[in-house]
Design a protein around this ligand. Structure first.
Ligand SMILES: [Zn+2]
Length: 374
């Protein structure tokens, strides 16, 4: 009996043995090591891997330095654009094509760019140097530091410095036809303006709701066409996401916006540069109601009371896939009543930002007059 059993047991044992190991091999593949790399003193967390002794990072990492990062489908290469530099790294090739004085020239790479798990990885040191950046590894700290040569005018705003008790309510991700009309009804009843950061695809789906937002005197902002995380998008895609939404706004309500809010609040220096080139400002928030997570009205009101300040920008939503915004809609009239009782006035973001500009002109004037007196 024993000799008969063994042949059956061996394969079984082998299969069990293999199954024990296969999942862990997969797990290892999908969880790449991560580490912060310091870009102009700011830590940027990134995946990385080593090949032939060189550190490779996803090409998208370089968007944090302010360089544009794009994909050339024809040549299957990643294209980096720094201040002056234009460099292409074809995947699987140990060379670069570098644009210099009107012609493309071949450059040397220490190791080639590779595709791995849906990302293109490029050699960190090579690309940084070719983009004219200073890169140093500090072995004591076990940290890499990059000093970029790219200066980007910051156009991000979280709140406005003002002594006036002004507050801007903002609603993201719409328009749609379930929560948006309810929110618009409340705002109309209370006679309060807000600002809607709209998604291009939703404008196309709900043009009438979009028109109602504008007709009722609310401010509008651009929230991309399809709501992607910009950190994972090629620079040309980011530009297209923003510009196509501008065009859709123009088509449906006859005007564009100079305000932008990035989906998930995720943005890189390169994306800020795109906004600067288009002439738009990046609007974040100072009060995060977390309403999208399905919080109750009471919880949302508690957050608003705790975080509100004059010049504050409140983040709310008017579209959510799981329809978890009942608490947010219920909280809205109470937020308005409570804050008005505390002496707050509700304004659109456009109005709030105008206050900031006049405040900073006044500050500059004061310091100028102060200098004259000295
Ligand atoms: Zn959003």
């Amino acid at each position: 009996m024993k000799t008969e059993r063994t042949p059956y047991l061996w394969p079984l044992f082998l299969i069990t043995f293999l199954f024990m190991f296969i999942p862990s091999i997969y797990a290892q593949d999908s969880t790449l090591a991560q580490a912060p790399i310091f870009v102009d003193e700011e830590p940027v967390n990134t995946k990385y891997l080593f090949k032939e002794g060189h550190m490779l990072v996803p090409a998208m990492f370089f968007k944090h330095t302010g360089a544009f990062v794009d994909w050339n489908r024809e040549y299957r290469s990643v294209v980096f654009k720094g201040n002056e530099e234009l460099i292409a790294l074809p995947v699987g090739k140990k060379f670069t094509d570098e644009y210099d004085s009107g012609t493309w020239k071949r450059g040397v790479l220490s190791t080639e760019a590779i595709e791995f798990k849906g990302d293109v990885f490029v050699p960190l040191v090579d690309v940084a140097k070719k983009l004219g950046m200073n890169i140093k590894y500090n072995p004591t700290l076990n940290r890499t530091f990059i000093t970029t040569n790219i200066t980007i005018k910051s156009n991000s705003i979280k709140s406005v410095e003002t002594n006036e008790k002004l507050v801007a309510l903002t609603f993201d991700d719409g328009p749609e036809d379930y929560y948006t009309p309810k929110i618009l009804d409340v705002l109309k009843e209370k006679g309060v303006p807000a600002t809607f950061f709209v998604v291009g695809n939703e404008i196309t789906k709900y043009p009438d709701v979009m028109k109602r937002i504008v007709k009722e005197g609310h401010g509008i902002g651009n929230h991309t066409k399809s709501h992607p995380n910009l950190r994972t998008q090629w620079s040309s895609v980011v530009r297209e996401e923003i510009l196509s939404t501008q065009e859709e706004l123009q088509r449906v309500v006859g005007r564009k916006s100079d305000l932008f809010r990035p989906p998930y609040g995720a943005i890189t220096k390169a994306d800020i540069k795109v906004l600067n080139e288009i002439g738009m400002r990046n609007i974040m928030w100072s009060v995060d109601t977390l309403d999208w997570s399905g919080l109750s009205a009471d919880k949302i009101i508690e957050i608003v009371h705790k975080e509100i300040n004059p010049g504050g920008i409140v983040l709310q939503h008017n579209f959510q896939y799981g329809r978890l915004l009942d608490g947010s809609v219920e909280a809205l009239p109470r937020i308005i009543d409570d804050l008005q009782k505390e002496g707050y006035t509700f304004v659109t973001l456009q109005t709030l930002l105008a206050k900031e500009q006049s405040a900073s002109i006044e500050r500059n004037q004061r310091s100028f007059e102060g200098k004259l007196k000295e």
